[in-house]
Design a protein around this ligand. Structure first.
Ligand code: GLU
Length: 298
């Protein structure tokens, strides 16, 4: 392990919540981990609102996030970047991948993929491979579609997503894909990436010209983020991010994945259970100092 810092640039951290619900203790842990590590390494801390999901994200949740972070006493530098205001940036990144023949339109719905996979499993008596999130790998039905047919279907308004051709992407990206993990002491170690386990991931959703993966790598680069601190639930997704960074000529930040909080039933905390939100804890009279103490940041 090498000791940080390798150069004299000031580190840049970011907390990047999605406003599709109220923040809970797990988000507080993430935000406070960013704050603590930014302080330790003399870094700046930025806030980014990841609101590409125009249906699930709502302005009142953005207000809630800002209020909760303010209450926790976390200070962010500069202006807040809202992803919904930067679709052009993601569109440009997408276009550069398209120009290299790495993207194809896919007209399959999730249900169609599920049904096809189930039929295949029943026929062969073998389970279909799944990605690290447990979703079936895309079987590639639309990969070989005739270009004219695909263009016609797009022109007639047929809903479609855009997928990364992972095999081609990996061939173009070359060897040595991976990233450096860093810990609280500033030690670093290289982790090789295994992006193939994700298959042909979605780069642009039906309704917006991006996906989480494309937006996050674009923004981390545009915001000069050098240190990404996020939960272990996003560790595997980092393998997709390093491929995109390599293909788009973007730097790969250092990464740190914090443990996830588990509730009394052994489940990961979720935004859908309002009873565990910071707003609810606050309403019950819990103080920000008590939250910091409970999460080990007193
Ligand atoms: N927006 C993501 C979330 O709320 C976090 C993205 C990231 O940290 O890369 O789970």
């Amino acid at each position: 392990m090498a000791a940080y810092p390798p150069d004299s640039r000031q580190p840049v951290f970011r907390f990047a919540p999605s406003p599709n619900g109220r923040l809970h203790l797990g988000h507080a842990l993430s935000a406070l981990s960013n704050e603590a590590l930014a302080r330790r390494f003399g870094g700046r801390l930025l806030l980014r609102i990841e609101d590409i999901d125009l249906i699930r994200c709502r302005p009142e949740f953005v207000d809630g996030i800002l209020a909760d972070l303010d209450w926790l006493g976390i200070c962010f530098e500069g202006s807040v970047r809202r992803q919904s205001e930067h679709f052009d940036d993601y569109g440009r990144a997408l276009a550069s991948l398209q120009a290299r023949g790495l993207v194809y339109p896919c007209f399959c719905s999730r249900q169609e993929i599920k049904a096809a996979v189930a039929a295949c499993e029943a026929e062969n008596g073998k389970s279909w491979p799944v990605d690290p999130d447990g979703a079936p790998l895309y079987p590639g039905f639309c990969k070989g579609l005739d270009k004219a047919e695909a263009e016609h279907r797009i022109a007639t308004g047929e809903p479609h997503v855009l997928r990364l051709d992972m095999a081609r992407a990996l061939a173009q990206a070359g060897d040595g894909l991976g990233y450096e993990l860093f810990d609280e002491a500033g030690r670093r170690c290289f982790v090789p990436a295994q992006p193939a386990r994700w298959g042909d991931v979605v780069l642009a959703r039906k309704d917006v010209p991006t996906s989480y993966h494309l937006a996050v790598v674009t923004d981390d680069a545009l915001q000069g983020v050098s240190h990404v601190v996020r939960g272990r639930d996003l560790e595997a997704a980092t393998d997709v991010h390093v491929v995109l960074q390599r293909l788009l000529g973007l730097p790969t930040p250092l990464y740190h994945f914090h443990a996830l909080l588990i509730d009394a039933d052994g489940r990961k905390l979720a935004k859908s259970r309002a009873s565990e939100s910071l707003a609810e804890l606050r309403a019950q009279g819990v103080t920000a100092a008590a939250i910091r103490q409970r999460l080990g940041f007193a």
